[in-house]
Structure formats: C-alpha cells, structure tokens
Ligand binder design. Structure first.
Ligand code: UD1
Length: 340
C-alpha cells in the first residue's frame, strides 16, 4: 500500500482528502499541530472509511522534529502539504508568524524530502496569488499581483521556493490553486470547523442560520457585478479532495509533463454573495438574516477559474453544484449542533 503524508490532515480540506485517499487504497499518515483543528476528526474519518489514519501531533515549523519524522518515514510515496495559517486578516496582525509558519514548514518538509529521497509533493496554493486578475476567467499563466496581505504573499513565496526546488533538487511538484472551497462530506461527519468567529462566507451563513450568529454582514453591494456583490468561484470540498488523489496518482504513475505543474481548481463558474445566500435559503428552507455593510479591505471584486488545464491534463472536473455545496454545509452545521 502506498503511504502518503497529509500535513494539516485534521483540517477542513486535509480531512476530506485523507478520506478520499483511503477510499482509493492509500495509507495515510497525518501530521498536524491541532492549532486550528480537533483530534476528534480522526475518529470521524475512521467512521467514514473504516480506517483511522496514523497521526503524529507536532509543528512542522520545528526543524529537528520534522527531520526526525522524515527519517522515520523515508518510505513515503508522496506528500500533500496543507498545513498552513490561512486567514488574510489575521496575517495583517501577525505577519512574522505567518511568514515563519508557512514558509518555514515548507522548507523543513523539502529538507526532509531531499535527505530521504522522497520526490513528490502536492502543494496547497490559492487563487489569492492572482489578486484581481486583468482577464477572467483566470488562467494559470496569469501573473502574480502584488499581494495584499502577508498570507497571500506566503502562498506566492512558497510557490517560488517550490519552483526553484523543483529545478535544483530531486523534487517534483504539483501546486494546486484553490478557488473558494466550501461544503462538507455527505456523511456530515467531517466539515469546516472554524474556531471562533468565522472569516469565510459559508460558515458565517450556516452559523447565522442555526442561531450562533445574529446576522451575516454582506461586504459591499457596489461592486461592478450584476447585483453589486462580489463574485467568487465556489468549489465543493469533496471535488477538491478528489483532485488531490488524481494529482498524487499522476506523480506516482510518472505522468507529469514538467517538474513543477500548476493547476487551478474551481468550477469555472462565478457566483455573487447574494446568489450564494439565495442558494442557501433555497436548499435549507431557512430565511437568512443579513445586512449590507461596507466592503472588506483586501477583497477583490470578482475572480473565477479557467479550469481547462485541470480538466484536460488531470482529467478532473468539479461536478457538484452550488446547491449541493450549500446543502452539505447546512447538513454539517446541523450535525454539529446535535453533537454539542
Ligand atoms: C478568503 C481570503 C483568501 C483565502 C480564502 C481561504 C480574504 C480577503 N481572502 O477568500 O485569501 O485564500 O479565504 O481561506 O480574507 N463575505 C461576506 N460576508 C462575510 C464573509 C465573506 O460578504 O461575513 C464575502 C466576501 O466579501 C467575498 C465572499 O463573501 O466576496 C467570499 O469571502 P470568503 O469566504 O472570506 O473568501 P475570500 O475572501 O474569497
């Protein structure tokens, strides 16, 4: 059985990817420091797949500890690196923590790969590297725009580190640029678990609907879009997780066309904030309490993916609709409420 390291595997996207990997016959080892996730996720992965993944709790920014891990796991067939801080707003208050954590952990992992002959890494990148693109839908060869936040900058820097590493070391990379991952596993056993007040739209919507929050603030309705609210390309987290399995298989089966490949992962469809709210109301039957407030600093007006490269090269396509995304997110929020 091929063994894959999933860093950040108890987090939102990592946990869904661990499930899909196990269901495709891979052995999964999770490393997570639990800074933004719960150890209970492992039990829920086991409920879905029948197998509890191996788990080690430590901080990948710790160089000596990470080196020890790689010595013990030199038989890894590949790595999917999710573990990172990801809140743009928070990174404005803690810039150095973001730089140290996000770039430091990547460097430690690359050292572990170099020193133990592990070749393949899939990296979690983000459409944030594009900023507000000049052309939509945005293709992978669109240039990086100056980052608005240290968080976004760490994704750009990490891609640069990976580019040179792939040229100068025996390392091969697939960087996946996610658009807006939302939704939850159909079992409602795993999903997004924001600690404290959510920054992202969909957990804020479901928490408002269930009564944990009073009212959703819609950030701006004077954008140059059909209804004035900002447009994003929302993608179901299970579709996203499946793309990671395909990326790992592509590497193992020697299908990569260069030492570093980059793919957009989105649906290729953009929806406004109001369309997301309407979809939620439609599938849940709940009327959402919301108000329009001013724009959030750092938000781009509109972005959606050109997904042709992923469709053609990976043979992957997101298949789940916005309504399915919102229904699964709502079922997850309701399941959480029952558990608490
Ligand atoms: C955000 C981050 C992005 C990060 C991604 C994944 C910012 C500026 N961007 O993307 O860098 O990669 O999360 O974690 O933080 N909205 C509301 N009300 C809310 C929340 C959001 O109206 O309470 C709107 C936003 O203005 C935006 C859309 O909903 O138009 C989506 O927001 P969000 O879910 O936070 O994602 P992004 O900002 O696209």
């Amino acid at each position: 059985m091929k063994k894959i390291l999933v860093t950040g595997g108890t987090g939102f996207i990592g946990s869904h990817t661990a499930v899909e990997l196990q269901q495709h016959g891979y052995e999964v080892v999770i490393v997570d420091n639990l800074s933004n996730s719960s150890v209970d996720v492992l039990d829920n992965i086991a409920k879905i797949t029948g197998t509890r993944p191996a788990f080690e709790q430590f901080d990948l920014a710790d160089q000596a500890r990470t080196a020890k891990f790689f010595r013990e796991h030199h038989d890894l067939s590949g790595i999917i690196h999710f573990a990172a801080y990801k809140a743009a707003g928070e990174s404005m208050e803690k810039p150095l923590e973001y730089y140290r954590n996000n770039t430091g952990s990547l460097i430690n992992i690359l050292e572990g790969m170099r020193d133990n002959g592990i070749r393949d890494i899939v990296f979690s990148s983000s459409c944030t590297v594009y900023g507000q693109p000049d052309q939509l839908p945005v293709t992978e060869d669109s240039p990086f725009k100056t980052a608005w936040s240290p968080y976004g900058n760490t994704k750009q820097i990490c891609e640069d580190i990976l580019r040179f590493s792939s040229q100068l070391l025996p390392v091969r990379v697939i960087a996946l640029r996610y658009f807006n991952p939302i939704g939850a596993h159909e079992s409602a056993l795993i999903g997004e678990l924001p600690l404290g007040v959510p920054n992202n739209l969909v957990p804020y919507i479901t928490q408002t609907a269930i009564g944990k929050r009073e009212c959703l603030s819609v950030f701006g309705n004077n954008y140059n879009t059909p209804d004035g609210t900002a447009i994003r390309d929302y993608i179901h987290v299970v579709d996203l997780a499946n793309a990671h399995v395909i990326a790992v298989e592509r590497m193992i089966r020697e299908k990569c066309k260069s030492r570093m490949e980059i793919f957009n992962l989105g649906t290729g469809e953009g929806y406004t904030v109001m369309e997301v709210i309407r979809s939620f109301e439609r599938v849940s039957g709940v009327k959402l309490n919301y108000k329009i407030v001013s724009r959030r600093p750092g938000d781009v007006e509109k972005v959606w993916a050109d997904t042709r490269l992923a469709n053609e090269e990976l043979g992957w396509k997101a298949v789940r609709t916005l309504d399915e995304m919102m229904l699964s997110a709502w079922n997850w929020e309701k399941a959480l409420a029952q558990r608490q």
